[in-house]
Design a protein around this ligand. Structure first.
Ligand code: AP5
Length: 269
């Protein structure tokens, strides 16, 4: 199975607020604003890609921002970014303040008229609270939080075979999602590489960190009435086919609520 085509440039997200995206989607009545939760390697990036093609909401991965920064030359990296990259290589989380500063700096992306699919953020309770405060203040509502679930043994197999494009960040797998030409990205001809944090010792740290710091967010979003739990077993297309109807039904409820509220307002005035 090969990876799909056409990934938007996401320039503002990957390079920072001074960079402009090539195209900005037209505004929708209810833009999709989605968070993907799940252990490292469960397939969040792969699903974000598939969902982006259908929903047009932009795929915003914090891991991709760090990896993009890692390719810049040494004197272009701030001390905070150098420290962040050292944490990442060891499989540890980057400190909350560094991550939140980076996301807040890209607040424009959270306002994008096409909506967003956040992948890898938030990852701690503190990040989730910062995001909620920001979105409440800016009048932005979340559509849903999708939590993907899979046994650890299958996750390790997915991470061990992952290959990532050094240019457009498209994700492949050596047996499950192969490129047409070995070592080359189908979309942009970029070179495929094995991520440094996909070494066995980093994978172990990442899975432990997920259980300790990120899994508690499942309860946080369940209490907020936003959680959709989806099994990540099977092919990417099967998982996508399970996710999409859940999201569409959630959006339909939000749409009905919104219409009901505007009807009530109209009657009151
Ligand atoms: P990040 O880049 O976010 O990595 P992650 O969460 O560890 O998730 P991954 O990208 O590893 O996996 P994924 O779930 O997206 O799986 P994928 O689709 O690639 O973060 C990296 C690091 O940055 C962190 O460790 C941390 O240091 C730092 N960081 C980032 N955000 C942070 C934050 N908010 N706070 C603090 N630190 C932060 O799939 C994996 C493989 O499986 C691929 O090869 C794919 O082709 C294959 N695959 C996918 N689906 C299937 C399927 N259904 N069947 C078979 N194979 C499949």
């Amino acid at each position: 199975m090969s990876a799909p085509n056409d990934k938007p440039s996401r320039a503002t997200w990957l390079q920072g607020p001074s960079a402009r995206c090539e195209t900005v989607p037209k505004g929708a009545f209810l833009p999709w604003r989605i968070i993907l939760l799940g252990a490292p390697g469960v397939g969040k990036g792969t699903q974000a890609d598939l969902l982006n093609q259908r929903l047009l909401a932009c795929h915003l991965s914090t891991g991709d921002v760090f990896r993009a920064a890692a390719t810049r030359c040494d004197d272009e990296q701030t001390p905070a970014m150098k420290e962040a990259l050292a944490h990442m290589r060891r499989g540890e989380l980057v400190p909350d303040t560094t991550v939140w500063d980076m996301v807040r700096e890209r607040g424009e992306c959270l306002h994008c008229a096409g909506g967003f699919i956040l992948d890898g953020f938030p990852r701690t309770l503190s990040q989730a609270i910062s995001l909620k405060q920001f979105m409440d203040k800016e009048g932005l509502g979340l559509t849903a939080v999708v939590s993907y679930e899979l046994p650890a043994s299958e996750i390790v197999a997915r991470l061990g075979g992952r290959r990532t494009c050094d240019k457009c960040k498209a994700v492949y797998h050596v047996t499950e999602r192969t490129p047409k030409v070995e070592g080359k990205c189908d979309r942009c001809d970029g070179k495929l590489f094995h991520r440094e944090d996909d070494r066995p010792e980093s994978i172990k740290v990442r899975l432990e960190t997920y259980e300790r710091s990120t899994a508690p967010l499942i309860e946080f979003y369940r209490k907020a009435g936003l959680l959709l739990q989806v099994s990540a077993a099977g092919t990417p297309e099967e998982i996508y086919d399970r996710t999409l109807p859940e999201l569409e039904s959630r959006r339909l409820s939000l749409f009905a609520e919104r219409m009901w509220a505007s009807e009530e307002n109209r009657r009151d005035t």
